[in-house]
Design a binder for this molecule. Sequence first.
Ligand code: ATP
Ligand code: MG
Length: 757
Amino acid sequence: RLPAPEALLADLNEEQQRAVTHGEGPLLVLAGAGSGKTRVITRRIAWLLAMGIPAERILAITFTNKAAQEMRQRVERLIPGHRVWIGTFHAFGVHLLRQFGDRLSLSRSFTIYDVDDRNAFLRATMEAARLDNYRYRPEGIASAISKAKNQLRSPADYARSAVDHFAQVVAEVYPLYERRLRQVQAVDFDDLLYLPALLLREHEQIRSHLDDRYRFILIDEYQDTNLAQYEIVRRLSQDHRNLCVVGDPDQSIYRWRGSDIRNILDFERDFPDARVIHLPRNYRSTGAIVSAANRLIAHNKQRKKKELRTENAWGVPVRVWTFRDGLDEADQVVRRIKETVQAGRFRYRDHAIFVRINALTRVLESAFVRHGVPFQIVKGFAFYERKENKDVLAYLRLLVNPQDDVAFERVVNVPARGIGETTIERLRNLAAERGCSLLAAAAEAGRCTTIKAASARALTQFHRLITELRTRLDLPPHELIDLVLQRSGYEQMLQSSEDPDDQERLANVQELVTAARQFHELNPQAGLTGFLEQVALASDVDGWDHEADRVSVMTLHASKGLEFPVVYILAVEEGLLPHERALRDEAELEEERRLCFVGMTRAMRELHLCHAHLREYRGVIRCAIPSGFLDELPRDQVEWHDLTSTDSNSTRPGDRPIVYAPPPSLPPVPSLPSSSASDLSGSRRGGKSILPPLHRSAANGEAVEGLAPGIVIQHEQFGIGQVVAVSGFGAQQRMKVRFPAHGEKTLLVAQAPFRIL
Ligand code: ATP
Ligand code: MG
């Protein structure tokens, strides 16, 4: 029985209620972090159902599979047994392609290539077409093709605008790549959006059928849609314009992947009759956190002004922690978390640690182990990316789609069957001559004079193995995996190995069987294809178990949409946050600021921002400059703690209690003119990096002798300025310079047009 619609509105504020009960027509909910946007979507789905809208008329899109799962469960609690389709754009793309792919000459059992498969496949395509002698790497070409697809540019479109040499090479490879992908019945990840968009554009009948079917469409995190996703949404909302999108432009953080903030900013232009609702109140965070986040994001120029407000208590101040180095940072943060939990203030699961790049998690891992603190690093697909699991998955893919040459090449000689690279090369030629798949060619290997008899025998045997296994495709996925492991000899290979790593690999492939069994229990109808699909669509955050009592560690990107009582953001330093990619580009810098904003607004009760003076990154230890973002926080509200001045020699690292040092004064810097000393002390940071003398010259070949804080330079564009800090070495050497007329700039020493005065 359905609940009365009004019962679904009780714990919503007035604006949220208006959004939930909005009738027909386009609706835009534009609101800040933690204001209940996701709650509105969830509740609106339930409300539509309670109003009698059939579940199959509703389509809800979330940003991750994890978010979809959570939304499904929430709706389930309100409307038990509902069957609304809730999932990501990519999953929806797969859903459409399985139904209508035949219009694009795609069979139902198509394979989805991940980035590695795609790159391998592109390389093979280029080799086959003798296009591999260019100086461009296949990865670069693959990523250009990916970008083109996200912008809905077909090979022909691309070719028309290819001006430079690289683009011309891409224009040559792109159509070949597409043709070969279709031949092997595979799609790459971008195709999951690109092909449905084409389908809806070119097949009016299908478009209007789906437009009619999905009468009500709801989209969360709309600020991060790309052009292909936008096209899908628009095409499905032509006849029935009941499109509800929610988002926050300040949280758009996937520009690098083709997301276009204009999709949300221009919604009102696309749907002039759209109703726009703002949600005024943040329910998630304390006053201190909201205030700091507001201040930071206000520094972005490309934005509509908007302030978060909260009626929550002010809480404890946001804290900035200064550490000596990255090891120290990891150690003390983990230690502090442990103390907090032992004091009974929070549980482990209430804590999250965010980093800008995955590489920073390694140091954390050992700190967790050392302190015996339970943790989970949220890197969902790492499990499926292990070599052994990819091997087993390749067997499965080959069973489902015998055309899948990438899968074939991956496993034909694993375990070793005496099939070498020369044989494969000849087999490729044979397949090319016959216009058939490698697997089909393997069956014919005996008749090919260039392939040695023993290899030909091994190939026909492999063909037989796969053909036999294919007769068992009706088995549940975990049983089939088990069968593959036995019949292929893969399990035997690991069992008999002396290499201790192989025992771990064995455990991993057995875990894969478990994963498949669990999947089967939840989705009894989905079969092997369904399982492979789930694997292919898995993203970082999907592997995250939010119920386990562990500290969660993840990238800032993965933290989107989540919330935790206590949040630590590590390495808030120039070059990391903002990332060095963004140092010379204002738009990129604003995106980094949004990323920092997203991280900060995940925190409910406590927010800790950390940075260190020395940072080991990509194998090099550098002096790290605190992020300019820290300077943008409200100084009178934020607490600064310098933990560098504690005596670290008397105790081993990790044995030290946390010392709440008073805000340090600036240490004397010998060559620093007095004016800049007073400038710097304003930032209340201690231990500003005093760099060792430079030994190495910058990339131009000219040594930049004695470049150090305090030195005055003349820059071609920004005029006279004073060096505030220097970091990095050689071509990567950077200096932060304060220009009276332009503010602080971080410049690449080797490239900046300047001279020392
Ligand atoms: P983000 O921008 O980070 O995605 P959001 O706008 O989607 O945030 P939600 O995650 O929906 O916000 O809500 C944030 C928190 O506030 C959640 O814990 C939610 O349960 C709570 N919340 C939302 N609306 C209300 C309300 N009316 N009363 C009480 N709590 C609420
Ligand atoms: Mg949300």
